[in-house]
Design a protein around this ligand. Structure first.
Ligand code: MGD
Ligand code: MGD
Ligand code: MO
Length: 775
């Protein structure tokens, strides 16, 4: 058999496909997980980390932003959390000789999986202009290079400062302080590619872009609607909360083009029933919607609620709530009167009776929660779609009461906290004024660039330096070819990272990699152990302190790196005692308590019990910090995506064995895919209609207005029980197909879940016919 490799892919020759699973597990037991963890970390590290993760005196799991329950289990982590911990805490280091042995030209041909397997970064390394290799360098020299390049720019806006969502509140606060003191608001982050659409939609309608529920609301709810989210893989501990809600009497409805395992059935290994394999049937109703059909569905639901009110006036709407707390109801109701059912059915692919059933459930429930994630935010019409969630909830006062509310489920474990700390290219004036009052310098007021605009700026030569506090921007952003070319045009790229990824090997003319401590490690400054803080998806702020000795003595904490960079770059430009902040993280928190609302007495309250929940006007008191002080019913014109005949709409998702651009293994167990990622999941009837067979290899071309032929070659077709007309491939590989300019209106988030594609038989088979047989 020919064993050729896909460029930057691991070989897929052993790929196999079996039936997708119906059921997913949530919290595994410690005894079940320890053997796997021990294989990566050894017994002592495995025990130390797994017994500390998500515990009150331990560290916050880095695998998602799901909150911790008030009562912790002995094993308060999921299978994927254990993988994330193992990936970071495996005691494997990149040896010094690695850099001389591996020129960039060879590293560039490596997959993310391979790069991530090389071990932890343990010393700063530098690639000089024109050099083919990185080489070790002292911290002093590294910061000196950053300073001379940044200070040589004509304008501070010629640099951009990315943040991924694992950064602690303390490091994030200092990073934005440094960047603004340097003179720019160019603070793009992973949220630009993630829940930005949510922040915009909720900000404009209820005045707060964050979840309006607390953890205990799940168990108080009558109905939980989960839209565009795959908790079985991405937030497995949520399944426990859903099971508790279900046992307390809630109904659960899933809206998704794919029958994702955890949404249908849940096995709780910490209960006897779960161990015996039966599990709880979670979803009472599953609406297998077409990609991007949610706005039509939500409008159709609201219309049915309004029709029910017309049929029995005074019995359906929460009139008191609407009159006292909302604006725009009349215009909204009038607009929905024009909604055509045939447009709804075409956009959603659902039957009227299914929508009737959900509307009926909604009307019968007193307390409704709607959750969502990337299945809603990464579409062209993401912002109005999320506004329609708010409209539907407002109709029956489903906000600001126990058991009810809109609840976006965040991804990265501290992405929400980073935003709260000021990592945003357009922080409001009141935040900048507070910074000015606290630190005595005048922060820039002009909005900065987000992630997509940072790539555009580098592509066009306006942005010359890229600094990244974590993450893997070049592989996480859309349009890989454009992004790679853009980053290569920079004079300097700097990555502050735990492990190697593509953003280190596709880099600027000069490049630096600065190794940093992860969540699992002890962070000592001046001999004293420090802790950091994070904010979860329901606005709870708590401590995090790792249990392990640092991977190597020379690795610095994120706080140390940011403050030392600030000292080198800014010299004494602003009156900030960076060294003092580095020595004692309490002093950082003191500043935060003066600048960020809700953090008063931060150092005291963070030490009490388990931290605190940030104030949230709509949730706590139905106070809406919008321009008028009211929650806004919005009017959104329904516009659906026209997919031309013979084409499919593609979404790009995560497999069960990856964290964003990090691939732990080549498997996606719940979807039945093993030992390969280069697959395209398509409904069998669509395959037949297009004249393709399950198991065939195709080249996938995306079709965009700009006429560029973007292509991902050699995907194996998998007949899959997906909604009709929709295809699914894995991210980040499929980012080559997403045009940079294809973004959500109003949030500029890459529309990575609605890409129009055309399939062509694979031009030249890389694999021989025996590869990838269905088992
Ligand atoms: N193990 C693991 N955990 C993670 C991550 C990870 O990579 N691995 N990533 C973290 C991050 S940063 C994030 S943002 C979250 C992501 O969490 P998710 O958003 O759950 O992750 P995705 O894989 O993008 O899955 C999107 C889901 O939405 C569905 N979907 C897609 N388009 C539509 C649509 O138009 N309508 C509807 N109704 N559904 C749709 C897909 O079928 C899929 O089930 O997870 C976080 N947690
Ligand atoms: N096509 C498509 N594209 C997408 C998405 C999609 O669904 N489809 N999802 C988008 C979403 S939701 C997101 S959030 C982005 C993710 O974008 P990013 O956040 O930029 O990417 P990650 O893969 O999470 O970053 C992983 C890297 O972070 C570094 N790292 C890990 N832990 C730490 C730490 O503690 N400190 C530091 N400093 N570094 C650390 C490691 O070097 C690791 O390689 O991707 C987006 N891109
Ligand atoms: Mo995300």
């Amino acid at each position: 058999m020919g064993r050729k490799k896909h460029p930057i892919q691991d070989t897929d020759v052993d790929l196999s496909v079996s039936e997708p699973k119906r059921s997913a597990a949530g919290l595994p037991s410690l005894s079940e997980t320890l053997p796997h963890a021990m294989a990566h970390m050894g017994p002592s590290r495995a025990w130390k980390t797994l017994t500390a993760v998500n515990q009150k005196d331990g560290f916050d799991c880095m695998s998602c932003a799901w909150p911790d329950p008030p009562e912790r289990k002995a094993a308060e982590f999921c299978e994927n959390g254990a993988k994330a911990i193992g990936w970071e805490a495996e005691p494997l280091r990149i040896p010094t000789g690695f850099w001389a042995e591996n020129p960039l030209s060879s590293l560039e041909s490596r997959s993310e999986h391979w790069l991530g397997q090389q071990g932890r970064l343990v010393e700063p390394v530098y690639k000089a202009a024109g050099a083919e290799h990185y080489a070790p360098i002292s911290w002093e020299r590294a910061f000196g290079i950053v300073a001379s390049e940044l200070n040589a720019l004509d304008d501070p806006n010629e640099a951009t400062f990315y943040t991924s969502g694992r950064t602690s509140n303390e490091a994030a606060f200092l990073y934005q302080l440094f960047v603004r003191a340097f003179g720019t608001n160019n603070l793009p982050d992973c949220s630009n590619m993630c829940h930005e659409s949510t922040g915009i939609a909720m900000g404009e309608t209820i005045g707060v872009g964050k979840s309006a529920i607390t953890y205990t609301d799940f168990a108080k709810s009558d109905l939980i609607i989960i839209m565009g989210q795959n908790p079985g893989t991405c937030h497995p501990r949520m399944l426990t909360a859903l099971e508790e809600a279900k046992l307390a009497g809630a109904s659960i409805v899933a809206v998704n083009p794919l029958p994702e395992a955890g949404l249908i059935n849940f096995r709780n290994p910490q209960r006897v029933r779960g161990l015996a394999g039966k599990g709880t049937d979670l979803a009472d109703q599953f609406l297998q919607i077409r990609l991007a059909g949610d706005m039509a569905l939500l409008q159709a639901l609201s219309k049915r609620v309004l029709d029910a009110e017309s049929a029995a006036p005074g019995t359906v709407l929460d009139r008191t709530f609407i009159d006292e707390h909302c604006q725009g109801f009349v215009g909204f109701a009038a607009h929905l009167a024009t909604l055509q059912e045939r447009d709804v059915l075409a956009a959603t692919g659902l039957r009227s009776a299914e929508i009737d059933e959900l509307a009926d459930r909604y009307i019968r429930a007193d307390k409704v929660i709607i959750t969502w994630a990337m299945g809603l935010t990464q579409h062209k019409k993401a912002v109005p779609t999320i506004k329609e969630i708010i409209n539907l909830l407002l109709l029956r006062g489903n906000i600001g009461k126990p058991g009810a509310g809109p609840s976006p489920i965040r991804g990265h474990s501290n992405v929400q906290g980073d935003r709260t700390m000021g990592i945003w290219e357009k922080m409001p004036p009141r935040f900048l004024e507070a910074l000015q009052d606290e630190f005595g310098f005048d922060p820039p007021r002009k909005a900065g660039v987000d992630s997509v605009d940072s790539i555009r700026g580098m592509r066009d030569g306006r942005i010359k330096v890229l600094i990244a506090l974590g993450g893997n921007l070049v592989h996480a952003i859309s349009d890989t070819a454009v992004a790679e070319q853009a980053v290569r045009r920079t004079r300097l790229s700097v990555q502050i990272s735990t492990k190697l990824n593509r953003s280190h090997v596709v880099c600027g003319e000069q490049a630096l990699i600065l190794p940093t401590l992860g969540r699992t490690e002890i962070d000592k400054q001046d001999g004293i152990e420090q802790f950091v803080t994070v904010e979860d998806t329901v606005c709870a702020v708590h401590r995090s302190a790792g249990p392990l000795e640092p991977i190597a003595a020379d690795v610095l904490s994120e706080v140390a790196i940011v403050t030392r960079m600030a000292e080198a770059v800014l010299d004494h430009k602003v009156p900030v005692d960076w060294a003092g902040l580095r020595r004692n993280y309490d002093t950082i928190r003191d500043h935060i308590s003066h600048v960020v609302p809700g953090f008063e007495d931060f150092n005291v309250r963070i030490r009490e019990r388990d931290g605190f929940v940030l104030p949230h006007g709509p949730r706590d008191s139905r106070t809406f910090p919008t321009a008028t002080g009211k929650a806004v019913f919005s009017v959104n014109d329904l516009e659906t995506i026209e997919v031309p005949p013979g084409r499919l709409l593609l979404q790009t998702v995560r497999s069960h064995d990856q964290f964003n651009t990090t691939t732990y293994s080549m498997n996606d167990r719940y979807r039945g895919i093993k030992k390969g990622r280069m697959v395209l999941l398509v409904n069998p009837e669509d395959l037949a209609g297009l004249g393709f067979q399950d198991g065939a290899y195709v080249d996938v071309h995306s079709e965009a207005d700009d006429g560029v032929d973007r292509v991902l070659r050699q995907l194996r077709l998998v007949a899959y029980p997906s909604a009709r007309g929709c295809a699914t491939a894995y991210y980040p590989e499929a980012n080559v197909l997403v045009p940079l300019d294809s973004t959500a209106e109003g949030s500029n988030t890459p529309a990575s879940k609605s890409v129009i594609i055309r399939l062509e038989p694979a031009a030249a088979p890389i694999f021989e016919a025996a590869a990838g047989q269905r088992k």
